[in-house]
Design a protein. Structure first.
Length: 250
């Protein structure tokens, strides 16, 4: 076992102690939570923004609201092929957090992911900052549609009223849901332990939520360093699934 592994094992023991002595834990997670379910992130070397060019436009533009309105067919081609992973399954991180919630220790999951894997793993109080691929609504009449409806639609999903169906995901140029934000702030403010995992904390305004935590038990679990490391009481540079599996499931 390497020296780094030895260090991480000691840190995981400390995390286990924090969890065992707290009944007010909040988890804040990013794309790294889902990469272990084979869902790519955005900015890593293997992420969507660095994948081979297959489209006429860059991903950042294709995932913007203005592009959705002006190039709806092209948007859906990209969205269906690159953003939806219907066969993805919850990994150890999702399962560990669901277990913590069932035990009454974890009060909420605040996630930047749109895949719904936390709910599939059994978590109930999940605040989705960037929405979910599983919710889709007609822009004209508001009728709701399932993910399967979107996937089965040819080109652009269309409501029975003739309106375009839009996924309930936050695109570039759109703001975050104020109610979800307010609820997230409330949970973070009252948390005893705040565990942050699978995120480099570079995407705002989501990353700014950490500033509302006033406790002294901030845990950061990420493969790379973040600008918040110096403010944390515990930093573990390792796989979020591995860490939570050892700390909670084992």
């Amino acid at each position: 076992m390497s020296k780094q592994n030895d260090i991480n094992e000691v840190k995981i023991m400390k995390l286990r102690e924090l969890i065992e002595t707290s009944n007010n834990i909040v988890f804040f997670g990013g794309a790294g939570v889902s990469t272990e379910s084979n869902i790519p992130d955005f900015r890593s070397s293997k992420g969507l923004y660095n994948s081979p060019i297959k489209y006429k436009y860059p991903p950042e533009r294709m995932l913007s609201y203005s592009f959705f309105i002006s190039h709806t067919k092209d948007f859906y081609e990209y969205y269906k092929n690159e953003m939806i992973f219907p066969n993805a399954k919850p990994n150890h991180a999702h399962k560990a957090l669901a277990k913590l919630e069932k035990e009454g220790k974890l009060k909420a999951i605040i996630t930047q992911n749109i895949d719904g894997l936390h709910q599939e793993a059994g978590s109930d109080e999940v605040l989705e900052l960037h929405g979910s691929v599983h919710r889709n609504n007609c822009m004209e009449c508001g009728t709701s549609y399932t993910l399967d409806f979107v996937l089965d639609s040819k080109d652009v999903p269309t409501c029975t009223c003739g309106g375009i169906v839009k996924p309930d995901v936050v695109l570039y140029e759109e703001g975050l849901d104020s109610q979800v934000l307010d609820k997230s702030v409330s949970y973070i403010r009252s948390a005893d332990v705040l565990i942050v995992g699978g995120t480099s904390l570079t995407v705002y305004p989501a990353a700014g939520l950490l500033h509302y935590y006033s406790g002294n038990k901030l845990v950061l679990i990420n493969k790379s360093t973040t600008e918040f490391d110096k403010s944390a009481s515990l930093v573990i540079n390792d796989s979020i699934g591995k860490v939570l599996k050892e700390a909670i499931l084992n």
